[in-house]
Design a protein around this ligand. Structure first.
Ligand code: UD1
Ligand code: MG
Length: 451
């Protein structure tokens, strides 16, 4: 197949979204609509050009990949949008693919198959079309007896007979660069909307005796445009179904795909089981053999293997290694590292906490700005008092420490290996190795052997 130059049209206003945010920046499965299209384009193209106009700066900022932007300062139609990339099109020898930023469900494979078809048939222009029961609003495809496209008529320009045609223009086309350059020179705005219609390239290619074919697809969803929030929710559902299906094929059990929301970049290992009402977002990576019980919300987190994530936890920007028990109802806030075999139990909140192997924080605690060694037990209701009203301070706890229930650890504080605090202690001074402190404020407890 020839090298592909892809032009993505993203300059339009998207009025029907009724939004301050540009239409193509609305997210589907955690990723902006335009980025869905650009990422698909990136996989199959040697170069991608994105035409921006309305809220151009916002759109440019949202796109991370290496894209060449062209500004269409006035939106005078789809043909006019493509004209902005004319120099690049002239310098490209081979096929040019046109995509719309508001048609986010188109699949890489469909586009590749279309380009193959286009090249095998030696067509000059191939347009993706489909048959719709209700074609209202779309450009209609008019063909001759040899099934070649001879015209595309927009809704506003169509006669009542033409309006009855069910084959519609998706807007997605593959065209050889020479034909496109010539066609862009030929475009005018002599139509009902006074716009430069990209669809008029058909007239130009025909006048040069070029071959124009339709690549008709059955899956209408792939080429459905997102124009309002109803379309947006349908697109979201379709993309989420695709994502979940891929995970299931890869060996992940998703008990109820309808209520499981997984963003596109999330990775999950085989034999992990995901219960209903779970939301996994961003760049999260989850290993294998984990059990994720109902109502978990996991964001930008790395999780190892064989963990038991019980019901209703919020876990964000943290690392959970392997064989841990989390929850129910734990809140793991950004910056935590939870080592192998750790337990973070019921109603425990942790933040910027580095908790080493086999340590337990089983009930009702707040652990913030902390380092805790291995095999330490943090008793029920312990509070790490990390904030003095002005600054945050750190608490460092050693290995095999025992923190009594309802202790308050006032940072900055250090409790060395095998230190102990009594129940209800308010610890304001460092605790030496193998030493017990009790009371408020806590003092060293020395056992009186004579008692
Ligand atoms: C277009 C097609 C129509 C097709 C339909 C499929 C034309 C003339 N018509 O109509 O045949 O059935 O799509 O959805 O092409 N855009 C720009 N600059 C502009 C105008 C539009 O970048 O000046 C972008 C929009 O952001 C959008 C895309 O082009 O991503 C399509 O524009 P839109 O106005 O929605 O075209 P339709 O009227 O739907
Ligand atoms: Mg449209």
């Amino acid at each position: 197949m020839s090298d592909l130059l892809t032009v993505v049209l993203a300059a339009g206003k998207g009025t029907r979204m009724k939004s301050d945010t540009n239409k193509v920046l609305h997210k589907i499965a955690g990723k902006e609509m335009v980025n869905h299209v650009i990422d698909t384009a990136d996989k199959i193209s040697s170069k991608v050009i994105c035409i921006v106009g309305h809220q151009a700066e916002d759109v440019k900022e949202a796109i991370n990949s290496d894209v060449n932007f062209k500004l269409q300062s006035e939106q005078l139609g789809t043909g006019h949008a493509v004209m902005q990339a004319k120099n690049e099109i002239e310098n490209h020898s081979g096929d040019v693919l046109i995509l719309y930023a508001d048609i986010p469900l188109i699949k890489e494979k469909t586009l590749q198959d279309m380009q193959k078809f286009h090249d095998n048939q030696s067509a000059n222009l191939t347009i993706i079309t489909t048959l719709l029961k209700n074609p209202t609003g779309y450009g209609r495809i008019i063909k001759n007896e040899e099934s070649e496209i001879i015209k595309i008529v927009e809704e506003d320009d169509a006669t009542s007979k033409e309006k009855k045609i069910n084959e519609i223009n998706s807007g997605i086309m593959c065209i050889d660069s020479n034909s496109l350059v010539k066609a862009l020179d030929d475009l005018d705005n002599d139509n009902a909307q006074n716009e430069y219609y990209l669809t008029d390239v058909v007239d130009s290619v025909r006048s040069e005796k070029g071959k124009i074919l339709s690549y008709q697809i059955d899956d209408k969803e792939e080429i459905t445009g997102v124009n309002d929030r109803v379309n947006l929710s349908k697109a979201e559902k379709t993309i989420r179904e695709r994502i979940n299906k891929q995970h299931m094929i890869n060996g992940v059990t998703i008990i109820d795909p309808q209520t499981t929301y997984i963003d596109e970049n999330v990775e999950i290992g085989a034999d992990t089981i995901i219960y209903p009402f779970t939301y996994i977002e961003g760049e999260t990576k989850i290993g294998s053999h984990n059990i994720i019980k109902p109502h978990n919300h996991i964001i930008d987190t790395v999780i190892g293997d064989h963990n038991n994530i019980k019901n209703s936890n919020v876990i964000k920007e943290s690392i959970i290694k392997s064989q841990c028990n989390i929850g129910p109802f734990a809140h793991i806030r950004p910056g935590c590292i939870v080592a192998d075999g750790v337990k973070i139990g019921n109603y425990v909140e942790i933040k910027k906490a580095d908790i080493r192997e086999k340590t337990k924080v089983p009930h009702l605690s707040y652990v913030g700005d902390a380092e805790i060694g291995t095999q330490t037990n943090v008793g029920a209701g312990t509070i790490f008092a990390n904030y003095d009203g002005k600054n945050k301070h750190k608490t460092i706890i050693g290995n095999s420490v025992f923190i009594g229930s309802n202790s308050t650890l006032v940072a900055p504080l250090k409790i060395e290996n095998k230190g102990k605090t009594g129940a209800g202690a308010v610890v304001t001074k460092d605790v030496k190795e193998d030493t017990t402190v009790i009371g408020v404020p806590a003092r060293e407890y020395i056992e009186n052997k004579d008692d």
